[in-house]
Design a protein around this ligand. Sequence first.
Ligand code: SF4
Ligand code: SF4
Length: 344
Amino acid sequence: MSVKNAMDRLQLPKPISAGIILSYKCSSTCKHCMYACSPRWSGDWPTEKNIELVLRQLASSIKPSPYGREKVSLNHGLHFTGGEPFLNFKLLLNAVKTADELRIPSTFAETNCFWCVNDEQAREKLTALKQAGLKGMLISVNPFILEQVPFERTERAINISKEIFDGNTMIYQETYYHRFKSIRIRNTLTLDKYLEKDRWALRYSELLPMGRACYRLRHLFVKYPAKAFFDESCISELTRNWHIHVDNYFNYMPGYCGGISLGDARDLDALTQGVDLQDKPVLRMLVESIGNLYEFAAREFNYREKEEGYISKCHLCIDIRRHMVQQTDEYKELRPRELYFNLE
Ligand code: SF4
Ligand code: SF4
């Protein structure tokens, strides 16, 4: 679809893979978190009925892993995430049952493993999820989680998940898992201490310059002036059909763009008939160019360029959006508002 045709209406394809954010509340406050999650967030867990409403909307378009509906892969199927979904295990379990009843393929749950304090508890919870119909697990491993979750818990979750879900245990990122094992990490470790032990580690891994990383990890990136990003349009990110997210407030979020809502996921049919951009000016400007958003924010909200520069177009984008949200709640595409107050 051309940018010109998209000015008033954004055509969205039906999503082929999705994540359900059960809550932004998390046991950790990772420096790289794209959704600015932390223990400070209000819980605001959705009701089981509302989860069912969203799952029903997604059920017909979600595609299975290329290896089959009983298998999992990162960008296929449907996953339950957060925040930390194991903070409300009962809700997670019931959501998995509902997804199974709706025959949604390739389901998995993502966790930081904080809850994995002993083998018995880990086996009990993972077995219950498997019996409820969950197909696999995604275990997060990286130096940011390591600051708050002892590595023994991560190893336990991986070992027991492999026992229960067999080949359907994904480790993200596997590089870190092997590096942590090879330097015999125990307990937690601050990022600085980890980088003292393994100084090139970040070069060999994926670190998306979005969300909280723009503030807490900017020292690790090269910076650019705002104008370096002015010509960029986000039409492809905003309209991608894979790995979209729906949060506990029913915001339909494109990909990894935390804090941007395309509309209410409970009415996916209406959304996929086109998102009206005439009453969502920030979205429209992101489709046109980041330069347009910058000019608008400078003119209407007195936004000023950061002297130290920006690590990515997403840094410029979220910094402008945060500046606006701190002054007004009039933009319904900038949701949930709480995200913008939890970035640092
Ligand atoms: S990255 Fe994951 S574990 Fe870390 S704060 Fe975000 S949701 Fe929680
Ligand atoms: S610049 Fe903004 S809208 Fe575009 S991909 Fe990044 S976060 Fe999403």
